[in-house]
Write a protein that binds this ligand. Structure first.
Ligand code: A3P
Length: 272
């Protein structure tokens, strides 16, 4: 189950399944699948397919179970898995540290308001939901945000990151800008390559815009074929949200965003 370029290696080494050295910990709907798919074209990276949810809901299954989900790799390849739920579960950082205190963590972020709408669209695709405005607000006329709703709660990045920074030094966490991954994928992935300490490999020639995917970049594979993320589940059309609700949400997130910016030492264009 290894890509052809690995079987061509001039080596007698046999690939084996290894525990990950890198985790994409979240945030949900920030572009985590795109990041993993992009990194997987790197010869020194191997990624697990489905989300293992090991450190949150499958922890009791043990390390052999976890390792078995990982692809077979050579010694010079980094195994990466992504489970966006890790970011928001406060028990997870300690468990990750106990397994590997040197784990490298990739945290993708996206404007929390857009992220919430994206999350809502995902829920709406699975089961009937009330309009976004009704879900997001406890009292719309008084501007009271439904902060307990998971679509809102996940975007309170400062609170979640706090738990990680109680356990890991910031140097082990690399922030990936979800918007940049759409606008300039090669540049954003190059920063990840640098953080992971792997040779720079992924460049502009690996990406192509396809008209049916709107503004989203698709991957150009080794054989020249073009691979776009699933059209039904990524790059969904977002509903138009009433401007007053957008304003309330921006007001709600602003102090959290400001705190997050201070924590990570950079700013993002999210405050409207
Ligand atoms: P939308 O469907 O709201 O546009 P995740 O993989 O973490 O669930 O994130 C899904 C989001 O990835 C999509 O949200 C989309 O905006 C974003 N994305 C980033 N790069 C993409 C790409 N190349 N193709 C499709 N979606 C991409």
């Amino acid at each position: 189950d290894l890509p052809s370029r690995h079987t061509r290696r001039n080596s007698t080494e046999r690939p084996v399944r290894r525990l990950p050295k890198v985790l994409i910990i979240g945030a949900k709907k920030a572009g985590t699948r795109a990041l993993l798919e992009f990194l997987r074209i790197h010869p020194n990276v191997a990624g697990s397919g489905p989300e293992p949810h090991f450190f949150d809901r499958n922890y009791h299954r043990g390390l052999d179970w976890y390792r078995n989900l990982m692809p077979k790799t050579f010694h010079d390849q980094l195994t990466i898995e992504k489970t966006p739920a890790y970011f928001v579960e406060s028990a997870v950082p300690r468990r990750v540290f106990d397994l590997d205190p040197n784990m490298k963590l990739l945290l993708m972020v996206r404007d929390p308001v857009t992220r919430a709408i994206s999350d809502y669209c995902q829920a709406a695709s699975k089961h009937p939901v009330r309009p976004f405005e009704q879900m997001a607000m406890l009292n719309e006329s008084q501007g009271v945000v439904n902060s307990k709703w998971s679509a809102i709660r996940i975007g309170v990045y400062d609170r979640h990151l706090y738990h990680w920074l109680q356990v890991f030094p910031f140097e082990q966490i690399h922030i990936v800008d979800g918007q940049m991954l759409v606008d300039q994928p090669a540049a954003e992935v190059a920063l990840v390559e640098k953080f992971l300490g792997i040779p720079s490999f992924i460049n502009d020639s690996h990406f192509r815009l396809r008209s049916f995917k709107g503004a989203f970049p698709c991957l150009v594979r080794e054989d020249g074929s073009i691979h776009c993320l699933d059209r039904k589940s990524k790059g969904r059309k977002h509903p138009r949200v009433r401007p007053n609700v957008l304003r309330y949400l921006r007001d709600y997130y602003r102090p959290h965003n400001e705190r997050f910016f201070r924590m990570v030492g950079r700013t993002f264009d999210w405050n409207g």
